[in-house]
Design a protein around this ligand. Structure first.
Ligand code: SF4
Length: 704
């Protein structure tokens, strides 16, 4: 796709999990322009504000890290070194810790923004060669409860539907998600579908009246943390009113009787009271779900980021199972992936609890298979430290060294103070990033410059299992290298074999071969195929097709007995607001920013949407505390405090506060971090932290 002066490349937006296709034009001066790819099935040419401004983040090199930097002691400044010196040091330090304290004394913390090839390389390096499962990712902070939910119900981490099912559904239940701001192109597809078909019903469950409520026929403004109670109450109505698919339940599921017994034990009036809803609202939701020809549930962080995240997922997926709304057009439980390649990371097994190609880490035969393919004696059986556990292990001294790739945990992890403490306690911190000036780079003993978006080739998989190829368009600045190449060079310094890949295509090819015979089989896939034919959805079993649009059409699930598993709820574990901290704080994203703003924070057009961090509060609550709209307030708890402007909204439940999660150090300024306050408690199954329910107090800010 090129002429003499302007070259055109296909790529994929590197922000959210929608995975929109883009066309990148590079002119003779090297200037970049990004537009939506009309041939891409996910977005059909549409882009949201973040995607439309992607080129600014590529053009802005002001904060780029250009050379490796190293320091010999914590109290010394880092100095520029060459790659050889940097990686010699890394291998000497990691090698020493591994020899002295064992392989679990080191760990790798990566990102859902890494390309699949990068995820594959670091996973192989850690699990196959270092000999530790201490490889986890910031996807743990957004997706792991959904992974656990799918595995427990469907047998594997498998999104059953495609975006094209949106246009085939007539009832949507959007729970704990704000796609209007966080997955805008999916939202636009629902909006357009509803405009064409006004009888399509949209139900939104959220304690806040978000932008997504603009198309809602019913907004269930439930009390925070009561999602499972709501879903179970809906299940009760469906059962009571005979709106379930009895033959599907009978033929293809286990566990219905236990669920029925549990949901019938809670009177609807009681459930409604717990949720802060009217009985009629719950009944209405159940009627629309039960009467739908095509019912899709969609959820994201509002359910996942919770100490009960797995249970919330299970209770929502139950609604699809008892109504038989799965494995057919326009139907299924659809977890909205937060990051652009969280799905690709899980395909390669790039988490502490996973194994390559959706194999089971606890299965000795699966571990043997992977070890044989990698040419190593074994893969460790015990799950490694997950995201929060890794930082706890650094604090306790159980882990000595951490290698952080493409993520900024000092701002994005819960309870920032203990993350900072962990990085201070760590004996050796490697940070591999495009930026030289994030909160996390401050802690680096070794800072390695990575190539950024459009500066390397690779693949990503979006929310609908769609694998896209991303072209390299420009050279990385200075001495920056693609992440996979840095890891391969390090592995070779460590003396490990199997890291002499010729290029990214060779890494992808090794990953594809490892999927052979699994439920995500893409063993027939290659860069050539993707370049020539566009995107494919896994599993990709026949080269003449675009992969698999819909899973479980034969109602055979990936569980040992082939039946979907319906689950009941266990014990509840919410943090309760108390007298000292009477408000429930929830955090989340805003429309035009991405994560910790290391890229979007540089784009003035995006900064214009909302310029400063703020705390959203109901005006009646504010009045009780004598707080005026826009004035500086202090929000605090035992974990920390932040000072920021109050912003009135009658769209938030009383007793709740909302702070956007993005701000930290942006453009050299220090802003208050929401995560100074968030709880580091985690879901016991998914190990995902709870960013949605922290007890806090709010007061007017008084200058001392
Ligand atoms: Fe990028 Fe997501 Fe916006 Fe699409 S919806 S353009 S993937 S940020």
């Amino acid at each position: 796709m090129q002429n003499a002066r302007t070259q055109k490349f296909k790529s994929t937006c590197s922000y959210c999990g929608v995975g929109c296709g883009v066309i990148v034009e590079k002119n003779a001066k090297g200037q970049i322009k990004v537009t939506g790819d009309e041939s891409h099935p996910s977005n059909k040419g549409m882009l949201c504000s973040k995607g439309m401004n992607l080129h600014y983040t590529v053009a802005d090199q002001s904060d780029r890290l250009l050379y490796p930097e190293m320091r010999w002691a914590r109290n010394q400044p880092r100095r520029r070194v060459d790659w050889d010196t940097a990686l010699e040091r890394a291998s000497a330090v990691f090698g020493t810790f591994i020899d002295k304290h064992g392989p679990d004394s080191v760990g790798f913390y990566v990102s859902g923004q890494c390309l699949t090839e990068e995820y594959y390389t670091v996973n192989k390096l850690a699990k196959g060669f270092v000999g530790t499962n201490n490889i986890d990712t910031n996807s743990r902070l957004c997706m792991s409860s959904a992974v656990a939910g799918y595995k427990k119900t469907l047998g594997e981490d498998s999104v059953p539907i495609s975006y094209e099912d949106i246009e085939l559904a007539n009832c949507f239940f959007i729970a704990g998600a704000n796609p209007a701001w966080c997955h805008p192109i999916i939202f636009r597809r629902i909006e357009a579908h509803k405009e064409k078909h006004p009888d399509v019903k949209v139900i939104v469950a959220d304690p806040r009246k978000t932008q997504s409520c603009s198309i809602a026929d019913l907004h269930l403004q439930l009390n925070p943390g009561t999602d499972t109670t709501l879903f179970q109450a809906i299940a009760r109505c469906l059962i009571e009113d005979g709106r379930i698919d009895e033959s599907f339940v009978e033929d293809h599921t286990d566990g219905f009787d236990e669920l029925k017994m549990q949901v019938m034990a809670q009177p609807l009036r009681e459930a409604a009271k717990i949720c802060g809803l009217k009985v009629q609202e719950i009944k209405q939701a159940a009627r629309w779900i039960g009467d739908a020809n095509g019912y899709i549930s969609m959820w994201a962080m509002g359910l996942n980021q919770s100490v009960d995240g797995t249970e919330k997922n299970l209770a929502l997926i139950n609604l699809s199972l008892i109504t038989g709304q799965i494995g057919k057009p326009g139907a299924g439980p659809f977890s909205l992936t937060g990051q652009p390649n969280a799905m690709g990371g899980r395909e390669v097994g790039g988490m502490a609890s996973l194994l390559s190609a959706h194999r089971d880490l606890s299965n000795p035969a699966h571990r043997r298979e992977v070890a044989d393919r990698w040419g190593v004696s074994s893969v460790p059986a015990e799950p490694g430290y997950t995201a929060t556990e890794m930082f706890d292990a650094l604090r306790s001294g159980a882990m000595k060294a951490i290698w952080i790739i493409c993520t900024n945990p000092v701002v994005s992890m819960p309870h920032s103070a203990i993350v900072e403490e962990a990085l201070e306690e760590a004996r050796f911190v490697v940070v591999q990033d495009i930026s030289q000036n994030s909160e996390t780079t401050d802690y680096a003993d070794l800072l390695l410059p990575a190539a950024g978006y459009l500066e390397k080739e690779g693949t990503m998989t979006n929310s609908e299992r769609r694998i896209s190829y991303l072209n390299k368009v420009v050279d990385p600045p200075g001495e920056a290298l693609p992440d996979a190449e840095i890891l391969c060079r390090f592995a070779r310094k460590m003396g490990y074999s199997g890291f002499d890949f010729e290029d990214a295509a060779a890494i992808f090819s090794e990953h594809c071969k490892l999927t052979e015979g699994t439920n995500i089989d893409i063993s027939g896939l290659s860069y050539e195929y993707l370049k020539q034919n566009g995107t494919v959805q896994w599993p990709f079993l026949n080269e003449s097709e675009e992969g698999t649009r819909r899973l479980f059409t034969d109602h055979q699930f990936y569980t040992p007995n082939g039946r979907a598993q319906i689950h009941t709820r266990g014990e509840k574990r919410p943090e309760r607001p108390g007298e000292d901290h009477p408000f429930v704080l929830t955090t989340g994203r805003i429309r035009d920013q991405w994560h910790t703003m290391t890229r979007t924070g540089k784009v003035s057009r995006l900064n214009q949407h909302i310029e400063q961090p703020y705390v959203e509060i109901h005006p009646k609550d504010a009045k009780e505390y004598g707080i005026r709209d826009g004035e500086v307030v202090q929000v605090s708890n035992d974990r920390g405090e932040v000072r920021l402007n109050a912003s009135f909204s009658d769209g938030i439940k009383r007793g709740m506060l909302f702070i956007p999660m993005h701000w930290g150090k942006v453009l050299q300024k220090d802003y208050p971090r929401a995560n100074n306050l968030t709880s580091d408690r985690i879901d016991p199954v998914s190990k995902e932290p709870d960013f949605k329910y922290s007890s806090v107090a709010i007061t007017k800010f008084k200058k001392e």
